[in-house]
Write a protein that binds this ligand. Structure first.
Ligand code: FNR
Length: 374
């Protein structure tokens, strides 16, 4: 096969191929409260379950006898050429899964030049992550109620060469996560999410003292910001030259407002069912939003991507790129940096195989794949 992707690593060691095995082995590897934090969703977890099961309701119709000997998975996103339409979703507190946390993940992603989105509640600082690898990095912002803290983080990301700001808008308060409440578990309270904060001068100067307790209270207090509204986007645009991407859009009217307020991209996401239960599975929200945006800005997608097949369906339904979440976290738990590398290698090969067999040679063609819904 002559493909445009030279980076596919040939796997030699045995690493699980099936998502279900990744999840099962991670469950045995991690402490119960840690696994549960990653796995679980909000309230009765109906949306979490539906995120995954709804993918099976969309069925592609392949085209045959087309020359698919040359597959180009590359895309152009925010003026940058990327080898695949795959991006790592922002996941906080990764140190609770593996000591090397974000550093392991970003290095694994570097092998394939996949963009890495660093969370506001990362276990490492922006500067540490930026120096660890050379692949593109975006910064995921939880808007702090202290404006100096918010803009200081944005500024640090910009200084460190990050290429986009991903503002998560569905987490103005933490979801009702019964499983974590049951375990009495909060990774922030355990100190896993302060990698950026503990070196942030604006944040440190706002604390009553330098104790660990003051730090944790300060972080939790800062990231709960229910007053967040569209006007804040205007402020953010004045403070950064980086593209601004809104993560968590589910309603086409909010997508239209995003256009009106001049954001550069959106992510259709329900936060992996972790924030609000009883809401639309992300994949069901995608087609109407793609229609509303009408190609004016990139539409990215997450929540429920488990395999290359899912990623291709999301693209066929109009997504420009997809974010991978829980599967890479389980891979980190099982095999550290090498585990994430193996998983990504498998995922890319799986995605490519699916492109070949549906009869498409490029992402542009993948968007034309015919899909019927059961
Ligand atoms: C997340 N997600 C998330 N999102 C975000 O904007 N900032 C964050 O800090 C986190 N942290 C986080 C931790 C864990 C353990 C998980 C599983 C998820 C949400 C993430 O970016 C993405 O939206 C979901 O993971 C997508 O759902 P699936 O595909 O993982 O089910």
């Amino acid at each position: 096969l002559n493909t445009s992707n030279d980076n596919i690593v040939q796997t030699t060691t045995k690493f699980p191929y099936r998502f279900e095995d990744l999840e099962r082995i991670a469950k045995h590897t991690l402490a119960e409260n840690v696994f549960s934090y990653i796995y679980s969703g909000a309230s009765a977890e109906n949306t979490l379950q539906k995120n995954n099961s709804t993918f099976h309701k969309y069925n592609m119709i392949p085209r045959l006898l087309r020359d698919v000997s040359k597959i180009d998975m590359s895309i152009n996103l925010f003026g940058k050429q990327l080898p695949t339409p795959l991006i790592l979703a922002p996941v906080g507190v990764l140190k609770m899964v593996n000591e090397m946390g974000d550093l392991a993940v970003v290095k694994a992603a570097e092998t394939f030049n996949l963009p890495f989105i660093q969370s506001t509640v990362s276990s490492f600082s922006i500067e540490e992550v930026s120096q660890a690898s050379s692949n593109p990095k975006w910064f995921q912002l939880y808007w702090s109620k202290n404006l100096d803290v918010t803009f200081n983080m944005v500024n640090r990301a910009e200084q460190a060469g990050y290429e986009a700001i991903v503002l998560t808008i569905d987490t103005v308060t933490l979801g009702w996560r019964e499983s974590d409440l049951h375990h009495g578990f909060s990774p922030l309270a355990n100190g896993y999410g302060q990698g950026i904060w503990e070196s942030d001068t604006a944040f440190l100067s706002s604390l009553r003292d330098g104790s660990q307790n003051a730090m944790i209270e300060g972080i939790i207090d800062n990231i709960n910001f229910p007053s967040l509204q569209w006007q804040h986007i205007v402020e953010l645009k004045k403070r950064t030259h980086l593209p601004i991407i809104l993560k968590g859009i589910l309603h086409p009217d909010d997508a239209l407002l995003a256009l009106q307020y001049g954001v550069d991209g959106i992510i259709v996401s329900n936060h992996g069912g972790r924030q609000l239960d009883g809401i639309i599975p992300s994949i069901n929200a995608l087609p109407a939003i793609v229609k509303a945006i009408d190609g004016k800005i990139p539409v990215l997608f997450d929540s429920g991507i488990r395999r290359g097949n899912d990623a291709l369906k999301a693209i066929a339904l109009g997504a420009d790129a997809v974010l991978i979440g829980r599967p890479f976290v389980y891979s980190l738990a099982i095999g550290g940096e090498e585990g994430v590398r193996q998983f990504l290698s498998n995922f890319i090969q799986d995605f490519q195989t699916n492109m070949i067999l549906t009869g498409v040679c490029s992402i542009k063609e993948a968007k034309e794949i015919h899909i019927v819904r059961e």
